[in-house]
Design a protein around this ligand. Structure first.
Ligand code: NDP
Length: 474
């Protein structure tokens, strides 16, 4: 490592120009291996959490080796330890009168740069490892947005799929009855995630207001009639497309005329598809956990209107698309990555692109992968993308538009006013451009390849780390 001596103290490091001279050497690799061995020992069985931490440690280890104050202050050791983990029982009664018990979580990971902020996920797969990986990722993502938000995540192993509105309401009320003790407009501001959309946020906000007797901006993603920001539903998908546009521009490309494969059919996927289509792309696929649809003619505004109604009003399954549009095909139990495309946007869940999927994408000509979901590519898949030197962005950079617009909702709530859709969209575009610029600054390698993983991790980490140092040992 070629680092000047004066850069090795905190004051200098705050302003230092970071660049690709920070490389992984043998000593740094030993630090990573020892750190990970300790983390795995302390957090046994939490595979998703280990995976998310390893990715960040590998990116920032050269910084840690370069700046002794980061090691002396044990910043990495502190940053992987949640400030608080709340786990609780969520009892509720189903429509048959049977008692049901689920488990609730809130992981308050880091409050160095603002109140805890992060979504709530309701899905049968939710466990402590998934909550911790999401809260960890959220910490760096929120730092990248340039807004003052700490990192958190919450949820439950409750699945809204197949439940009546009344059951979802009873569950949300029971969940919030405990969670309300731990959150607040200046403490922790949850939002939606998988399985938590406008309906669930509404039920949780109603119960929060009733128990706390206050009308504050404590949840984001609220309804338009009662404090929600315009463009929040669109923000994650649109923001991912704005980020992809910036990535494509580095190679003189755009969405115009490109074939795009998208996974998922929920909030992020729907608006990523709509924006990509409006930017001139041909969107070929959507999916859910049962399979994917392939429409060789591409989505249109009319087809998207059908998807919005199918998923958000009727709460149906994506395979129904082929009944309505018979030129499309449904592939049960498969993921969309075998369809040839120029751009892939995984917008469903973690680890949904494995090594073989990544190899397939590259073989079929894909040259840009922009993540809308959190950690949808396995480490092996990321290695394939980066090895092939294609454009690849991690979710913590490209899906940050959702939480950024939640931050804008908090600002509007505090000011007791509402911005126009155009104003919110303009701010979202600026934030995504700034995140892209940060990735270029910290991730451009000597051969000119932009390593977005490294760029996002270093930029997010240094902001959180230096804030922690300035606030002392807390
Ligand atoms: P939704 O619940 O609206 O949609 C999720 C979609 O992904 C559904 O189509 C769902 O299918 C599918 N899916 C869920 N789990 C699996 C699985 N195990 N295998 C295959 N498909 C699956 O969630 P969102 O759109 O909000 O979230 C999608 C991703 O984006 C998540 O990774 C989330 O963390 C991330 N994200 C979301 C943000 C937001 O603002 N909402 C912000 C930033 C990131 P099915 O109906 O079958 O479950």
């Amino acid at each position: 490592m070629r680092i000047s001596k004066k850069s090795t103290n905190f004051a200098a490091a705050k302003n230092v120009e970071l660049n690709s001279q920070f490389i992984m050497d043998k000593q740094t690799q030993m630090y990573v291996d020892a750190f990970m061995a300790d983390l795995i020992k302390k957090n046994p069985g939490e595979q998703e959490f280990h995976q998310a931490v390893r990715e960040v440690v590998e990116s920032v280890a050269p910084m840690i080796m370069a700046y002794p104050y980061l090691r002396e202050q044990k910043i990495m050791e502190r940053i992987v330890e949640p400030e608080r983990v709340i786990m609780f029982r969520v009892p509720w009664m189903d429509d048959q009168g049977e008692v049901q018990i689920n488990r609730g979580y809130r992981v308050q990971m880091n409050s160095a740069i603002g109140p805890y902020k992060g979504g709530i996920r309701f899905h049968a797969s939710v466990n402590l490892s998934i909550m911790k990986f999401l809260a960890f990722e959220q910490t760096f993502k929120n730092a990248l947005t340039t807004l003052p938000m700490g990192g958190a995540k919450g949820g439950s192993d409750f699945s809204p799929r197949g439940k009546s509105d009344a059951e979802v309401m009873r569950f949300c009320q029971s969940f919030m009855t405990e969670l309300q003790r731990h959150i607040g407009a200046d403490t922790d501001v949850p939002a939606g995630d998988i399985g938590v959309g406008g309906r669930e946020i509404g039920y949780m906000f109603g119960q929060y207001k009733r128990l706390r007797d206050e009308f504050t901006g404590t949840l984001t993603g609220k309804g338009q009639l009662w404090g929600g920001s315009l463009m929040r539903p669109e923000a994650t998908g649109y923001g991912a497309c704005y980020f992809a546009e910036a990535m494509l521009a580095t190679r003189g490309e755009s969405f115009e005329g490109k074939k795009v494969c998208i996974s998922g059919a929920g909030n992020v996927a729907q608006f990523a598809a709509q924006k990509a289509m409006r930017l001139g792309a041909k969107v070929l696929t959507l999916s859910d956990s049962d399979g994917f649809i392939y429409d060789p003619e591409g989505l249109t505004e009319e087809k998207m209107a059908y998807v919005f109604e199918l998923k958000n009003v009727r709460r149906g399954r994506i395979k129904e698309y082929v009944t309505k549009y018979p030129q499309a095909q449904y592939f049960a139990g498969e993921r969309p990555w075998k369809i040839a495309c120029d751009i892939a946007m995984p917008c469903a869940t973690q680890n949904e692109i494995e090594k073989a999927d990544a190899e397939n994408l590259i073989k079929n000509g894909c040259f840009c992968v922009t993540e809308g979901a959190n950690m949808p590519s396995t480490p092996e898949a990321i290695a394939v993308f980066q090895g092939a030197k294609i454009l690849y962005s991690p979710g913590k950079a490209s899906n940050a538009g959702g939480v950024a617009t939640s931050g804008l909702e908090m600002t509007q709530n505090s000011m007791r006013l509402k911005w126009t859709a155009e104003e919110v969209d303009a701010r979202l575009r600026t934030i995504m451009a700034d995140i892209h610029a940060a990735c270029l600054k910290y991730g451009t390698e000597e051969d000119g390849y932009i390593n977005y993983v490294k760029g996002a991790n270093i930029a997010g980490f240094m902001k959180v780390a230096n804030s922690m140092v300035e606030q002392g040992l807390v």
